[in-house]
Design a protein around this ligand. Structure first.
Ligand code: ACO
Length: 329
């Protein structure tokens, strides 16, 4: 089937009210400082969900904004796909709670577990559903409340992550706009490098698990770093090949916002100057599956993306999973 089949018709994002800056960690008793965090990651602040805020509420807020931008109503949605690593509950999927919250009465809703690559994976699924004729309007959400699953005693991880949600309405392509290429990969042999060891069905929560914090995220930072750069570089090459484009044809690269050094290394490999790379990791931290759709919504809102532009998205996360898209707007 000839591309483009599916296009981005509207976007939205939502973040919690509370901002936690690098300077705020001292008051939490965490042995870190602004200089270390800024040098190693580029992060200056992140949003943290508070009372009354949840993955469902943030996702629903982002979804309403995306639907408004796309000019569609909730009952028009055929499918809701929510990529997350921090669902409100393990059962049922948070996507069905979002469905109820927004009143998407006709939709089928489900979560996907592809960690930071969740939104890219969801977009590829949305395209497939449109190609098969199984859907006309799909809502793809990437959302996280990672602050609720990090170990706030582990300075190696708790400074990195933030909460938020980004949503995208996907519809049938018009005027040559939409997904020009898509690439997905994973490598489960490296699953242990970034994980929540306990808290699932294999190792349920016990007092011991809570005491050791093994229900929280743990990460081999250096290994993740190396694999992230290698895989995102590969994914950029694949997406460009798939679209039969060169890096010089790309107007903007929106990479997963994990860490400024990973972003810079990926951009260098892809042959993209930093002026053509969208960066907001300084303001949001790593919001995992939410990072790309939040950045996309900002880039559209700020006029960084204009009609006719070609944008490349690239993601990497636990699994490991990675993937990329080239999209014409
Ligand atoms: N504040 C101060 N010191 C710290 C902190 C902190 N928050 N965290 C770790 N340190 C210390 C360590 O204890 C260590 O001290 P030591 O030498 O006395 O033992 C020292 O800093 C160096 O630690 P390293 O882990 O070797 O530091 P590194 O240069 O590798 O940077 C980092 C760590 C930032 C986590 C880096 O490895 C990284 O960015 N990895 C990628 C991780 C990532 O982005 N993961 C997100 C999920 S996957 C994704 O989204 C792509």
């Amino acid at each position: 089937m000839k591309r483009p089949i599916a296009m981005i018709a509207g976007t939205g994002h939502a973040v919690p009210k509370k901002i936690l800056t690098n300077h705020d960690f001292a008051a939490l008793g965490i042995d870190t400082n602004d200089e270390w965090i800024t040098d190693r990651t580029g992060i200056k602040q992140r949003y943290i969900a508070g009372e009354g805020e949840s993955l469902t509420s943030l996702s629903a807020e982002a979804a309403r904004a995306a639907m408004k931008a796309a000019g569609v109503t909730a009952p028009e949605l055929d499918i809701i796909i929510l990529g997350t690593a921090s669902p409100d509950r393990l059962l049922p999927a948070t996507a069905v709670e979002v469905q109820a919250a927004i009143g998407a009465t006709r939709a089928a809703a489900f979560d996907i577990s592809a960690a930071c690559s969740g939104w890219v994976y969801g977009m590829k699924m949305a395209e497939g559903l449109l190609a098969m004729g199984d859907a006309e309007t799909v809502l793809v959400i990437g959302a996280e409340t990672l602050s609720r699953i990090v170990n706030w005693k582990d300075r190696n991880t708790c400074v990195l992550f933030g909460d938020g949600a980004g949503a995208t309405v996907v519809k049938r392509s018009t005027k040559g706009r939409g997904i020009l290429s898509a690439y997905l990969r994973s490598d489960g042999t490296l699953a242990d490098l970034l994980q929540r060891q306990a808290g699932g069905a294999l190792r349920p929560v016990t007092p011991e698990v809570l005491a050791e914090g093994s229900n929280c995220i743990s990460m081999a930072g250096r290994e993740v770093f190396k694999n992230a750069v290698r895989s995102m570089a590969d994914a950029c090459d694949r997406a460009l090949d798939g679209a039969k484009l060169a890096a010089s044809d790309i107007d903007l690269l929106i990479p997963h916002q994990a860490n400024i050094r990973i972003i810079e290394a990926t951009a260098k490999h892809a042959g993209m100057p930093m002026e053509k790379v969208y960066v907001n990791v300084d303001r949001y931290g790593n919001t995992s599956a939410a990072s790309i759709p939040i950045a996309l919504n900002e880039a559209l809102r700020d006029g960084r993306i204009k009609e006719g532009m070609t944008v490349m998205f690239v993601a990497f996360g636990a699994g490991f999973t990675w993937g990329s898209l080239v999209v014409r707007f």
